[in-house]
Design a protein around this ligand. Sequence first.
Ligand code: HAM
Length: 422
Amino acid sequence: MNDILPDEAARWQKLESAFRTHVSRYGYDEVRTPIIEHTALFSRQMGETTDVVEKEMYSFERHENALTVRPEGTAGAARAYVEHHVHAREPVSRWYYLGPMFRGERPAKGRYRQFYQAGCELYGDPGPMADAEMIEMVYSYLTNVLGIPNIEVRLNSLGASGTREKYAAALRAFFEPRKDKLSEDSQRRLEKNALRILDSKDPRDREQLEGVPSLMSILDETDLAHFSSVKQFLDDMGVPYIVDPKLVRGLDYYTRTLFELVTTTGDLGAQSTLVGGGRYDNMISELGGPNVPAIGFAMGIERLLTLIPADVSREKPAVYIAPLSAACASRASVLGRDLRRLGVRTEVDGRGGKIKAMLRRADALGTKLCVIIGDGELERGVATVKDLSGHKQSEVALDTAAMSLAEQVRAAASIEQQQDKA
Ligand code: HAM
């Protein structure tokens, strides 16, 4: 679990606000659900035999309830959707969320026990265009908005109900003769959940994947039509993709379209999957809701941050006020209040000290204007203003100082903006 100190938090904020703006263009609104849910919600929806449920959840008992700190956002959002009868108010809902998730995995670069996801869930649209639009949305966020190069979209289809069972039977038949060569976990899963063998990270399992049956040979006509329509929409929108018939993803709730967005550069190794998502048309009804189809994705913010330039720095105070005596401090605190009311980021240095030391502090913070209020100034009803970038000095009347300083700050910001554009 990581601390995110203010220097780094500025990059998080930039990425998060770009995400909000981007998905809002596609009609998504924010949902915030609790970080703790009943354990059964996750174990039933994500699947009893998945790695997350078997080994990674932070679960505990309190007041005779079995509870879990959320390992992902999809199940909680679906629970909220059902509990609040959202389908009765609107036929289609588009939700996004941002927040921490918790999985007790072995930590590595890009793999943490508390990590942050940005995700979207779309309820009420069963059609292939919804699948393609969602993939296009996240692809363009990574490539156009964040500017991450070398993103690969991997695509597969698990089919609707029934396909999973047929495929599991085909996999059992395939793996049974070579059962002894599989990892202990996979030997156990062979009976219960053979699909999980395909996304096992154990090298013994990976070696046995040669010649494994493809899902494509098992999909029925309607599933195939849905899948080929998703591909057609992606072609129309110019989103490149690779069909990966071994892609099953690590969670059990998926039906039909599955996708991952992977970076093919960088040193994230096994953590190169930036985005995972897919359709899960049965979850809402399994949770006691109506028959409402759904699709969604989530991406790990830490992984994205390793791939974008570190060019964002903390905001600097525009004005730094240096009172030179206790009497001046009272006037300084009022000026600080007035500047903040006018929207100017202001720091008042209440620690006192010599003027030189105060100027050094103002400079170290990267401040634009340093306002000095000494006893002499106070008597005359003025303050000295030092422009630290231009090394200019002037005086302002204390009565109107807030307005005129705010004006100067705005003028300087607009010049900077024009220079940036040029
Ligand atoms: P997931 O594949 O488990 O899917 O996670 C999605 C993304 O979260 C991963 O691709 C990765 O970027 C990030 N992530 C997962 N575990 C960690 C970790 N331990 N440390 C850092 N980053 C991590 C889901 O969570 C589904 N809820 C996605 C979804 C939404 N499907 C439908 N709707």
